[in-house]
Ligand binder design. Structure first.
Ligand SMILES: Nc1ncnc2c1ncn2[C@@H]1O[C@H](COP(=O)(O)OP(=O)(O)OP(=O)(O)O)[C@@H](O)[C@H]1O
Length: 584
């Protein structure tokens, strides 16, 4: 029940635990002194040998002892608080640093909801382990030994019997431990599973409402919650049962001590004061161990949580690449192959060059692997085969920090944070002055709109929910422009937005391509007609490449895609025209 790894993780906590034990021990000694004084007074009262001086002395001792015990209690609580404060800070910091080391690809190894639960609730559970259980563990051994030594001076047989009964409590704890461990591990498994479902359903609530699937999902969650309720009840039952057993041993043992003291007094082996002292102190033999038993269950929960924390901390980390990205240089992919699960090949022998200046595009049907290439280029998946070089440096050797400074990724789901327009823009360049911010907003045609609002202080709600899709994308693009990196990847950055915003963004991409490398992934071929090089993908492979004119002349896959899209767009336009005429 002592996890060395946990203690070594927070070495400062050892000092707080030691002081906590010391203060509890001083309090016990003070209690023994008070009991000795009280029993001495009671015995002399019974025998009629008491004096006023003795009553006064006893009263003074009691006041001093109560004062000392109050101080000790405050100090030991303070030690518990300091230890739990340190533990929470250190462990949460370690989890945070681990996530940074796992990098942007952490989701491949662990679920976000699990991290949140472990880092919040899991660490909270460890608080009791360090602030209450660990000090109690040592105090529960020290207290009976101290009392044994003291009572040996009064009556050895009673002291021996009381000491022998004490270990029955840890034996009872050990008996339930294996069962409790399994149960708590199941409990945590169920808890994180429920958290996963809850988070997913909450995030997708609008979709669930649209498809009227919320009732079905509600049922599903109820079932999961019911499983969680059952396992929680099992845990509580286990805890209550074991507390009952411990109470039985504790009070049974104390009663035994009292009976023995009385018989020893009857047979004249101990005087009245000694007998009363044994009776009053016998419960103290068991109370610390009994208290340890109560903390034990909370600590077990913390230990189960610590298993989850260690599992997270032990996740294999990608090799910490050290090299910096060369600012100048093409991105060259040679025979790149990739699979997410090690079984199904998603990319096969990809050979492509993203020129250091100009617009390179990639086209192809849905699911052919376009976004996977972008994700590899952003360093999210490092286990690709073949070679990807930025200048002379292999991508997997480049540090994440340097890569993210070198490449800016703009997707159709660019995240806008709750705050103001200024705050969102400053993420791109924290040092940018207002004039610079307005300049990029002019570029993306958002300045006029924002002037009618609250300018750079216009409020942005979570995920930009108070902005239209097109405005969100324009703002995301403005932020990307401020990032000022040599390479930009646009992954379907204009999908699901209005034509005007789409045209503005395409125009900005073309302007950027004059001075830097722009890599565009787009379903809509009309957006990439001006690209210097277009790669066409089919089933994870590149089947054609060239400019728009070259590709159309080849009369292959690209031409087919182009014609299909053109006829679809013409159809949609004529359909809209007929509709409008009808309405007129
Ligand atoms: N995280 C993932 N884990 C496992 N498989 C994935 C993952 N992401 C994508 N895939 C699979 O890889 C293949 C290529 O997906 P990718 O997203 O690269 O296609 P795409 O060409 O960008 O499609 P779209 O144009 O629809 O966005 C698909 O078959 C998809 O199922």
């Amino acid at each position: 029940m002592i996890k060395k790894r946990l203690l070594n993780m927070v070495p400062e906590s050892k000092r707080y635990i030691a002081f906590n034990v010391l203060f509890q021990w001083i309090s016990l000694i003070a209690n023994i002194v008070m009991m000795a004084a009280i029993t001495g007074l009671l015995a002399s009262l019974f025998l009629g040998t008491n004096s006023n001086e003795q009553i006064g002395k006893t009263a003074v001792i009691c006041v001093i002892v109560l004062f000392v015990r109050a101080i000790c209690s405050i100090c030991s609580s303070r030690m518990g608080y300091l230890s739990s404060k340190t533990v929470k800070k250190v462990i949460r910091e370690q989890i945070y640093k681990k996530l940074l080391r796992l990098g942007t690809g952490y989701k491949e190894k662990v679920q976000t909801s699990e991290i949140v639960q472990v880092a919040v609730e899991g660490v909270e559970q460890l608080e009791t382990y360090f602030s209450a259980y660990m000090p109690q563990f040592f105090y529960a051994m020290l207290a009976p030994l101290t009392l044994f030594i003291v009572l040996c001076f009064v009556n050895v047989p009673s002291a021996v019997v009381l000491l022998i009964c004490v270990p029955l409590i840890p034996i009872a704890i050990a008996a339930v431990q294996t069962w409790a461990k399994k149960l708590l591990s199941k409990y945590w498994g169920q808890y994180t599973a429920l958290g996963d479902t809850f988070l997913e359903n909450l995030q997708g609530l609008t979709t669930l409402k649209i498809y009227q699937s919320d009732t079905y999902k509600n049922e599903e969650m109820n079932q999961e919650a019911e499983k969680f309720r059952k396992i929680t009840m099992k845990v509580l039952t286990m805890q209550l049962n074991s507390i009952t057993i411990m109470d039985f041993i504790a009070y049974g043992g104390a009663a035994l001590g009292m009976i023995l003291a009385a018989t020893q007094f009857q047979s004249g082996h101990v005087d009245l004061q000694g007998c009363l002292l044994i009776i009053l102190l016998s419960a103290d033999f068991f109370i610390p161990m009994r208290q340890l038993g109560s903390f034990f269950h909370i600590a077990m929960n913390g230990m189960a949580a610590s298993d989850k924390i260690f599992a997270l901390l032990d996740l294999p980390e990608p090799d910490q690449a050290k090299k910096d990205c060369q600012r100048e240089g093409d991105i060259v992919c040679e025979n790149v192959c990739f699979s997410y699960d090690g079984e199904r090949q998603v990319l096969t022998d990809i050979n492509l060059t993203i020129a250091k200046k100009g617009l390179t595009a990639i086209a192809g049907e849905s699911g052919c692997g376009k976004s996977t290439i972008a994700s590899i280029l952003m360093g999210r998946s490092k286990n690709y085969k073949g070679s990807i070089k930025i200048g002379d440096t292999e991508l997997r050797d480049i540090s994440e920090e340097s890569l993210l400074k070198h490449i800016t990724y703009v997707s159709h789901q660019s995240y806008l944070f709750k705050g103001t327009v200024r705050e969102n823009l400053l993420m791109g360049d924290p040092k940018a002055i207002d004039d610079k911010l307005w300049e990029v907003l002019e570029h993306v045609n958002l300045a006029a709109f924002l002037r009618t609002e609250n300018g750079l202080d216009t409020v942005v709600l979570e995920k930009g929910s108070n902005f239209s899709g097109g405005q969100c994308q324009r703002l995301a693009l403005a932020r990307a422009l401020l990032h000022d990196s040599p390479v930009y990847i646009f992954d379907e950055a204009t999908s699901n937005i209005d034509v005007e915003s789409e045209n503005d963004i395409i125009a900005e991409m073309l302007r950027m391509a004059q001075t830097r490398s722009v890599f565009v992934i787009s379903h809509r071929l009309a957006n990439i007609t001006k690209a210097n090089q277009i790669y066409v993908m089919e089933k994870g492979m590149i089947c054609e490449s060239g400019t728009q004119d070259e590709l159309l002349a080849k009369k292959g896959v690209y031409k087919k895609l182009w014609e299909t899209q053109q006829s679809l767009e013409k159809y949609t336009k004529s359909d809209t025209k007929v509709g409008k005429e009808k309405l007129a």
